[in-house]
Design a protein around this ligand. Structure first.
Ligand SMILES: Nc1ccn([C@@H]2O[C@H](COP(=O)(O)OP(=O)(O)OP(=O)(O)O)[C@@H](O)[C@H]2O)c(=O)n1
Ligand SMILES: C[C@](O)(CO)[C@H](O)COP(=O)(O)O
Length: 248
């Protein structure tokens, strides 16, 4: 029996209001490429990802000018909320596919972390999983309004959910439809799967996989992308050196 396909679904239909830029943040340029192109290229480059679906806003005025349709991807319309965009993307998948949902705003994702996440496909104890990183700061809860601390949250066992988030497309589609129908606040795929009663695993991943949200995130993402690129080119150089040695 052939193994299920892994299809990346990239929600890229946001407006980026918190970035306060002159365009949606996924079309801001870092190191010569748009954030969206960095993210698409990172997923297309992963050997275990079979297909890429991108959800863009119906009124997107940037996608075509950046020649992104020239890439081997499929494009769908995004929706009002992120969960709607994800659902529209998942509608393009077959029943046996696994969906690897990854924010367009996270271009710094490490391929090794994606590999670790996809390995969950063989784990029968969970429905799927997400990349995550442990909370490092003391976490405070403020009173309902204002900025006065009501108490300190126990941070033991607290994690930042990242993306990609990886589940069988059939289960995720049903969980999203049910969660949205119930009016639940679905801010990531795992919250829909948890609501549906599934076990979801965390994969401890690089904290460099930031979601570019505010202006201060841009230079940090630029730094991480440069690090990634130099690490990959070092690997390619050392691999080719090894191959040359093997052939000599
Ligand atoms: N209706 C929406 C809203 C968000 N997204 C995508 O979901 C990802 C994470 O969302 P977020 O960081 O909140 O992006 P925005 O919604 O664009 O940002 P903001 O909340 O600041 O407007 C982004 O890649 C964004 O493009 C989407 O596809 N469809
Ligand atoms: C999916 C996500 O990136 C996991 O942390 C996050 O929930 C997206 O939230 P946003 O408000 O749509 O940026």
């Amino acid at each position: 029996m052939t193994s299920p396909r892994v299809v990346a679904v990239i929600p890229a239909a946001g407006v980026g209001s918190r970035m306060q830029a002159d365009r949606p943040k996924q079309y801001l340029t870092l190191n010569g490429k748009t954030i969206l192109e960095h993210t698409i290229d990172a997923l297309l480059a992963h050997p275990q990802i079979d297909d890429v679906v991108v959800a863009i806003s119906p009124g997107d005025a940037y996608f075509d000018s950046h020649k992104l349709r020239d890439k081997p991807i499929r494009v769908v319309e995004g929706g009002k909320e992120r969960a709607d965009s994800v659902l529209n993307g998942i509608m393009m998948l077959s029943e046996n596919d696994w969906a690897l949902v990854h924010d367009a705003a996270r271009p710094c994702v490490e391929d090794t972390d994606i590999t670790s996440l996809i390995a969950l496909m063989g784990n029968k104890d969970v429905a799927g999983g997400i990349l995550a990183t442990p909370v490092r700061d003391t976490m405070k809860r403020v009173a309902s309004s204002g900025n006065v601390i009501s108490h300190t949250e126990d941070r033991d066992g607290l994690w930042h959910a990242l993306t990609p988030q990886f589940f069988p497309a059939k289960l995720l589609k049903a969980a999203l439809l049910d969660g949205l129908a119930r009016g639940a606040n679905i801010t990531d795929e795992a919250s829909a799967m948890e609501l549906a009663g599934y076990k979801v695993a965390l994969v401890n991943a690089s904290p460099a996989n930031i979601k570019i949200t505010h202006p201060a995130d841009l230079p940090l993402a630029e730094f991480y992308l440069k690090q990634k690129f130099s690490a990959h080119s070092f690997t390619e150089k050392s691999d080719s050196a090894t191959n040359q040695k093997a052939q000599s």
